[in-house]
Design a protein around this ligand. Structure first.
Ligand code: UDX
Length: 441
């Protein structure tokens, strides 16, 4: 099929590439000429395992194209995806101006000669946005244009986006238009995944409800971790015990510094706002947010309690990205922690397998911060090590080397990455989340 994706950001680029990979002809459109130029040169603007090779292969096979022209995209695509950002506004509501603009642009490029077109919303949007897209396209398109509107939310995780897209748990297609559904079934024919067909409002709600539920699991286990700490229990064992119940499941029950990234914080805020707009305030989600917000401060208090003051302390920080396998530092708890310690006069030396360039470029960290690629060099002469991102490299660290390099053998593990037995063997003083401290004194 001929597919067009408008918006070549994280979701647009990865989705477009994977549609090409399964055999469709894909045109990716973006209004940023620099981004399109970079992609035409074969360079990928984001770090996503496996993506660069797939882009190269599909461009070479002639199935994947990049352009700045919406007109070209609309001409080429029987199915036109909208995959532009939906950022939060100060009051928690979602800024839908990019979606509205693209809907208008598509409408103005459509002609009756194009025949029937499917317009699909892939961006995460509040329920009832599909209705607005339909009204807008109808209003701005020339008379006689035929189209159907679909909601097809994306559930990919950064760091494993390619696999999530090629082997999804489910494909959700929401539409009230039978012809559009036929097109969508054909589009997803090459994928072996269950397809759930719903009305458009339900599909839009599924995305916000799914992300909120996952965030709820994280805040739930973090609240349990705090009780474990007070009671001298071990949250890892508790998570294992409750996760063995198939109705609960072990995934997303990793206690730590809480969730960050470009999706959860924004989506939870949006869902709270949507619930209020609809007159059904979702108080539970406010608590999810509060627990998540407090988690970084609780951790910082733990560090402060041991170091007494941050001023004139050298802190080794392992982690900048919001999670492992990504260079994304948006809403990263690691960055929040770093800034708070810097504000209190600490000097921070940070490392991250992928996040250093992005942190330098986007995180606006101010104070005495330096970066090193070498996770062990970060430790030299430091008063403490703080682990803030769940990279496997950190979990596999040589702890004797850690003990040797630190000035004082203090480790604060915000992701419960290290095995307490190994920590004891290396004679480190160790504080993690919801597990008994290992205090050498
Ligand atoms: C998420 C959803 O998983 C995905 O389905 C949706 O489409 C987009 O949002 P992503 O933001 O890439 O994906 O990250 P995810 O892997 O879900 O992790 C989000 C945050 O939660 C990270 O900061 C991570 O560190 C944290 N997390 C995750 C925990 O603290 N504990 C866990 O058990 C799992």
């Amino acid at each position: 099929m001929n597919i067009t994706i408008i918006g070549t950001g994280y979701v647009g680029l990865t989705s477009g590439t994977c549609f090409a990979e399964v055999g469709h002809n894909v045109t990716c459109v973006d209004n940023n000429p620099e981004k399109i130029e970079t992609l035409l040169k074969g360079e990928i603007p984001i770090y996503e395992p496996g993506l660069a090779d797939l882009v190269k292969q599909n461009v070479a096979a002639g199935r994947l194209k990049f352009t700045t022209s919406t007109e070209e995209g609309v001409k080429n695509g029987d199915i036109i995806f909208i995959a532009v950002p939906t950022p939060p506004q100060a009051d928690g509501s979602v800024d839908l101006s990019f979606i509205e603009k693209v809907a208008r642009e598509i409408a103005q490029c459509l002609t009756p000669e194009h025949g029937y077109r499917v317009i699909v919303d892939k961006s995460t949007v509040p329920v009832k946005t599909g209705d607005k897209v339909e009204q807008t396209v109808r209003r701005y398109a020339p008379e006689g244009v035929q189209f159907g509107v679909v909601s097809n939310p994306e559930f990919l995780r950064e760091g494993c986006a390619v696999d999530d897209l090629l082997n999804p748990d489910r494909i959700v297609i929401g539409s009230n238009d039978e012809k559009a559904l036929t097109y969508m079934h054909k589009l997803y024919e090459p994928f072996v995944a269950p397809v759930l067909v719903t009305d458009i409002n339900s599909a839009e709600l599924i995305k916000h409800a799914a992300n909120s539920f996952l965030a709820l699991k994280i805040s739930y286990i973090n609240a349990v971790a705090n009780i474990c700490e007070a009671a001298g229990a071990d949250v890892e064992k508790v998570a294992e015990g409750i996760g063995m119940d198939k109705r609960i499941g072990r995934q997303f029950l990793n206690a730590g510094l809480g969730y960050g990234g470009s999706c959860f914080p924004k989506d939870i805020k949006a869902f709270i706002n949507i619930s209020e707009t609809l007159g059904q305030p979702f108080g539970l989600l406010k608590e999810v947010e509060r627990i998540n917000f407090d988690q970084a401060d609780r951790f910082l208090n733990k560090i402060r309690e041991k170091l007494w003051v941050f001023r004139e302390k050298k802190i080794a920080l392992w982690g900048l990205a919001f999670k492992q396998n990504t260079d994304d530092v948006r809403e990263s708890v690691a960055v929040t922690l770093a800034q708070k310690m810097l504000d209190e006069g600490a000097s921070v030396i940070a490392t991250d397998p992928q996040g250093i360039p992005t942190a330098k470029k986007f995180s606006n960290l101010t104070g005495d911060i330096t970066f090193t690629e070498d996770m062990y060099a970060a430790l030299d002469g430091a008063d403490a090590l703080i682990i803030a991102t769940e990279w496997p490299q950190f979990a596999a660290a040589d702890l004797c080397e850690v003990a040797k390099r630190l000035r004082t053998p203090l480790v604060f593990d915000g992701r419960n990455l290290l095995d307490p037995e190994d920590v004891k063997a290396a004679k480190l003083e160790y504080y993690s989340i919801g597990r008994p401290a290992i205090d050498s004194n």
